[in-house]
Design a protein around this ligand. Structure first.
Ligand SMILES: [Zn+2]
Length: 403
């Protein structure tokens, strides 16, 4: 029995009326009755940039997949369909955070589920010498967790991992990726002075040597680097990711007059992605973000750079990070796109996520936009008050409610 597909599970056995049968048409389903669903998320504003959707609708889920999105979906009379009331809420794909840190046992990937984060990428916590432990963590995570391997063999190791350039080992990195190819989906190189000293460009060249034969992207952490940003961008290829894009001078993305550098625009044109990467120290200011946004240079993706320390300072949770952009005046649908469809598109491994397309895995978040006076801070403790803040209220992974 177990393997046999039972149509009753999908459709009521009630025979269709002649009218229903005719309406179903020649190419329509054989039995045109009310479909059964496991779960219906009702009445929310469905925002899904992957299919340019932004409208009030119901989302029906069956067998862990998105089964339908329509204005009114009714559950079959006798079915045990679960209903989640999302009136007044946003219904989005499960959030995708492409830069977080997952190696601290006190902050496992599953801890982020309650924030709506159903897919998450560790941004270089570990290197070739210690990644196997982290692979075990992501393998057993209840959300879709993947890893960017630090080009330095020991990973972060106190944050000075590239001061000794001999630790950047492309051969070791390549073999670590090859033995964990399903879980390690790219390379991370942290290039700020505190991590790499004067070695930024040379370390990035080593990252290239590891990444290129395997055709995986490199995420570079910029801000306060020894080399100017254009010199770093010159070494990046389409699909590579610049995180901490709104880091202030020295060597940020703006010139002395606050204009976005031509080299930065040129890098975007050829397919280099720019990521927010909130974090807590030296990674962004309201001023840089505001000037860049005013010049139409928004992030491709918004990420948290979440750490255990960030959990209680500045970063707090992913919806809080996203809410910074509401405070900066970005429309909510554009904010959501950058934490769902855009973020999933950054990695081929996330192709089935960040979307509510019919047939896709039903990772979904119900978000509330609360109105009030909320405090937000940049990495230099400059405070701003925002009038709206996002909160995750319900989270589904493969159609199962996890929060
Ligand atoms: Zn990071």
């Amino acid at each position: 029995m177990g393997e046999i597909f039972i149509p009753e599970r999908v459709y009521n056995t009630v025979m269709p009326s002649r009218r229903q049968f005719l309406l179903a048409g020649v190419a329509g389903p054989l039995i045109a009755a009310t479909p059964k669903y496991d779960l219906i998320v009702q009445g929310g504003r469905v925002i899904d940039a992957s299919q340019k959707m932004d409208r009030v609708a119901d989302v029906a889920i069956y067998g862990g997949k998105i089964a339908a999105i329509r204005p009114r979906i009714t559950a079959a009379g006798t079915s045990r369909t679960q209903v989640i009331d999302a009136h007044g809420m946003l219904v989005t794909p499960g959030l995708v955070d492409i830069h977080a840190h997952l190696s601290d046992p006190k902050l496992p990937p599953g801890a982020l589920l309650g924030d709506g984060v159903t897919s998450v990428v560790d941004g270089g916590s570990c290197g070739a010498d210690n990644v196997d432990e982290l692979v075990k963590v992501v393998q057993s995570a209840p959300n879709r967790a993947r890893i960017l391997l630090n080009i330095s063999r020991g990973g972060l190791s106190g944050g000075k991992e590239l001061l000794d350039l001999s630790k950047a080992d492309p051969v070791a990195a390549r073999s670590a990726i090859e033995r964990n190819r399903e879980w390690v989906i790219g390379i991370k190189a942290r290039l700020s002075r505190s991590a790499a000293g004067e070695n930024d460009l040379e370390a990035l060249r080593k990252a290239r040597m590891a990444a290129d034969p395997l055709r995986v992207p490199i995420m570079v952490h910029v801000g306060n680097t020894a080399s100017p940003l254009p010199a770093i961008l010159a070494l990046l290829r389409p699909g590579d990711i610049v995180t901490h894009m709104y880091a202030p001078a020295p060597h940020g993305m703006l010139d002395d007059n606050g204009r976005v550098l031509v080299e930065v625009r040129e890098a975007r044109r050829r397919g280099v992605l720019f990521d927010f990467g909130s974090g807590r120290t030296e990674h962004w200011t309201w001023d840089v973000a505001e000037r860049a946004l005013a010049q139409d240079f928004a992030p491709d993706t918004i990420s948290s750079d979440m750490t255990l320390a960030g959990r209680s300072d500045q970063v707090l949770n992913f919806p809080n990070v996203l809410s910074n952009f509401l405070t900066l005046g970005m429309p909510v649908e554009n904010v959501i796109a950058r934490a769902t469809a855009n973020a999933a598109r950054a990695f081929p491994e996330f192709r089935d996520y960040g979307t509510l397309r019919v047939g896709a895995t039903a990772d979904l978040a119900v978000l509330e936009v609360r109105a009030g006076d909320f405090g937000f801070v940049d990495n230099y403790k400059t405070r701003r008050t925002g009038r709206r803040k996002l909160f995750a209220t319900t989270v589904l992974v493969a159609g199962k409610r996890v929060s």
